[in-house]
Design a protein around this ligand. Sequence first.
Ligand SMILES: C[S@@+](CC[C@H](N)C(=O)[O-])C[C@H]1O[C@@H](n2cnc3c(N)ncnc32)[C@H](O)[C@@H]1O
Length: 224
Amino acid sequence: MRNHPQLVEMLPEAILRHGPRRFMDYLAQEKGFDTEHHTETCSLVQKTVYPKELRNLEHGSGYQAAFTDVIVYSFDRVIRHNKLHQKQSLRLRFVDIGSGKGKALIIAHSYPFETIVGIEYNQDLCEVARRNLSVTKCGRAELFCKDILEYDGFGSDTVYFAFNPFDEPLTKKVAKTVECYGNVYFIYNNPTYKEVFRDWQLIDRTVGYCPNRDVDIYYRHMIS
Ligand SMILES: C[S@@+](CC[C@H](N)C(=O)[O-])C[C@H]1O[C@@H](n2cnc3c(N)ncnc32)[C@H](O)[C@@H]1O
């Protein structure tokens, strides 16, 4: 326990809210990923330790890594959908909105994405992500250490991944920008503001025993 402060921190929440199941998930999905890949993605970073001057700090969440199998399931689902709905094989770009310590970017390297991009406004997290990408030899990811509203690379034929990074107003702004383009997927893990995507096609919804296991996958074929 002495060497696992994270474990101690997680125990009361895990047992009180979700029982041993959440704790087992932590071991398998969060700690397990790091043990296998020699990375550091599993420790939480609370928003209280973020630099106060960050633009949109009040709208954002702190850092927590998404569950490995939720990411893998969502990527598989999107790639399958894309294959079924495209006449010619089409390679998609991947963008993690709020990429934290880079876990989804690392997993994205095992998929046929044309480009892999992470956007994260916390400089400390970007540095950890860079180390994690280097340790795992995931050299194709391009990391933008900036606020999501300063990113100007949105486009068509793209899979966006967002693990509940913002509150409703910012989620709305980002969705409005993203939906200007066609053939766009939005994987929304812990989808707290589903209403924002009411005009999108819901292609998959998973509801788990805890919010980290919930995922909606939305799609927009055409530009409206
Ligand atoms: C719940 S974490 C998800 C991390 C990562 N996507 C994963 O699944 O492992 C949400 C991330 O969004 C980042 N974030 C929040 N607001 C942001 C903003 N305005 N611009 C860029 N990143 C932001 C946070 O710093 C945090 O790292």
